[in-house]
Design a protein around this ligand. Structure first.
Ligand SMILES: [Zn+2]
Length: 201
């Protein structure tokens, strides 16, 4: 049975709250979208804290990004979401966040070492993209180029992280795992452990 838009709105808001509770977003940072069966998107509104959204505040837009109703203004990162769905038609949601340790790593121009089981086997490939202004078409483009390669997790220089998934759960999990991998890499470097490849005994 197809789920109602009301139920999907409630699910999006629940995941926004999980992002907030995990401190994967702060202040008014971060945005989430979920594609409906019609191709329309439900996206989080501009300038709102993801920790205190009401389901009615989500903005419904066409596949091209045009507002379906007159209420609310979609996130300024809408071009990023639209570009991701264009190159990955099977994706059902996009999660964009500013997790602390991912942002720290993004400044170095490389991906954090993925030498733990969680980072290598569960998180999977991560791509790094250069800085472009928030909400710009260039930013959307460089992220979409990585998504088009089949990569679901993109680290954005001096900005944050974007993940795509077949469900809100899968995109949320990638976000959470990426931040944990960045955190482990940060502390591993801090106490002087070498980065290492996984080896069988
Ligand atoms: Zn952002």
């Amino acid at each position: 049975m197809p789920r109602s838009e009301e139920a999907i709105r409630a699910e999006v808001v629940a995941y926004c709250l999980r992002l907030w509770d995990r401190r994967l977003v702060t202040g008014t940072s971060g945005n989430v979208s979920r594609r409906l069966d019609t191709g329309d998107l439900l996206v989080t509104p501009a300038g709102r804290c993801l920790g205190s959204l009401d389901p009615e505040e989500l903005v419904r837009v066409s596949p091209e990004g045009a507002a379906r109703d007159g209420t609310g203004r979609a996130t300024s990162e809408l071009p990023l979401h639209l570009a991701a769905y264009r190159v990955r038609p099977e994706a059902r949601c996009v999660v964009h966040t500013h997790p602390t340790f991912c942002v720290v790593w993004s400044k170095g121009g490389t991906i954090f070492p993925q030498d733990t089981v969680g980072a290598r086997e569960t998180l999977g490939p991560v791509a790094w993209t250069p800085y472009y202004p928030t909400g710009s078409q260039q930013l959307a483009q460089v992220c979409a180029e990585q998504f088009a390669r089949g990569i679901d997790t993109v680290l954005m220089e001096r900005h944050g992280l974007s993940t795509i998934g077949s469900s809100l759960e899968s995109a949320f999990v990638l976000t959470d795992l990426a931040e944990e991998a960045a955190r482990i890499a940060f502390f591993s470097r801090l106490i002087g452990f070498d980065d290492d490849s996984l080896t069988a005994p």
